[in-house]
Design a protein around this ligand. Sequence first.
Ligand code: NAD
Length: 509
Amino acid sequence: MTIQLKDSQLLVVGAGIMGAGIAQVAAQAGHVVLLFDAREGAAADAKTRIDKGLEALVAKGRLTDDAAQTLLSRIEPIAALELATSVKIVIEAIVEKLDFKRGLFQELEALVSPQCVLATNTSSISVTAIANGLERPGRLVGMHFFNPVPLMKLVEVVSGLHTDPTVADAVFDLAKAWGKTPVHTKSTPGFIVNRIARPFYAETLALLLERAAEPPALDACVKAAGFRMGPCELMDLIGHDTNFAVTNSVYEANFFDKRYQPSLVQREMVEGGLLGRKSGRGFYRYGGDAAGATLPVALHDAPDVARSVVVHGHGAIADALEQAASKALEPQGWGPARESDSVWTGLAIDGARLVLTDGRSASEMAAELGTPDLAVFDRPLAPPWPAGHALAYALAAQASTSWRSQAPAWLTALGFAPQPLADAPGLVVARTVAMLINEAADVVLQGVCSPEGADAAMKLGVNYPQGPFEWLAGWGAREVVALLDALDAHYRGERYRASPWLRHAARLN
Ligand code: NAD
């Protein structure tokens, strides 16, 4: 049996940021939308806000005046839920409290038809828990939109233990008909996006805790890897209170699994009122002339003339390093040698080494290889690299004074803008992306969603340049597991344990 929701009359409860957005999108798709809010006048205010937003679109020529008026005429603020007994679907976007949501759905069950679908836009509460106690819990499903609703394509369709699959399929089809990209997910803490995204913030916070670098350098490196915003900028934008609350809720909901442990750095900021943009100060200062981040620019002289340069390793990064080294050495009339069979990727420059991170610290690698003049560099973006690609590097503690200036000089000659980090294993991009992949692997292992679903969700829900499984395909499960194991050996704890899914994939390839 399929449930047909297209063009039906719909009720949105809660006329705040999300409810107004959902009402607008539903009306645009042709539904008559009844809009209710417990606060008197809030639904009418929401309609006025929608009107203002549409006027701006009309002024920009993105919508005709007629289309805006038609859309608006389909939205009807109502003063009592009793006026909505004939709707086929209710979408709830009220305050994020289990008791309130449960109470609302129990009240609605007494009013609407037994076939009416009940959807919740909760971002963190278990859909199974909200359904518990309903007369017909099978008709309750999560429909998790992202803010701003008219612009964000992703909808997580969340099934709890009770959810009838035909109900989940019906709201999946409805979201598609609204021009969204729905992804099925099980009701687990954080669903897909809020769970997989945790390491994006956590790894930078961990680096800040151990004073590996300052926010502008970390943000620059992460942005150079293709992310639209750096983690510090993004936490400032989201608000540290909100971001900390989501991390805490995922941590608690996972029985205090250390992998999700919140950061002391962020708690201190929240307690101090450094909430980010909204309070004028977070990692950066805002307002007046203090906006944004400034990255200190270090200029490096050309490296000293070398006697031998050998590019080690295989794959796209080694190939691109060879090209970059050839260009750097061209004025001297010679080029690098190549050793494609090496187990490491990077450059041997006379007796020194510039090595792509494999998760070991530079000092550890230098000791193991007996090469004191060693620096590790972070995982760059897939080549071709833009000029001045910010790239983190760390020097071995054993490195000579000369190598301390030669390593960044070589990275500059190769076309990068080197950013010095303390000798933290996995630097910033490599460890962050590895942990995003690892979390996604566990999500798939636990049947929360498919790899394709995880990729779509992360690209559309938080604008990642690639999905975790796309990164994995370009990197290799064996290499990602090796990096996580090296981090695990360094930090000793639960945080960096590799997902059994990933370990299995590593054995297969
Ligand atoms: P909001 O505070 O802007 O709006 C909530 C509205 O619900 C308010 O207008 C309030 O008066 C009303 N309300 C509260 N209790 C009610 C009740 N019992 N009956 C009817 N109306 C009631 O909140 P929001 O940001 O729109 O979030 C709403 C829901 O969407 C929450 O569950 C939230 O977790 C979820 N969500 C929020 C975002 C986001 O970025 N803001 C993203 C995804 C999901």
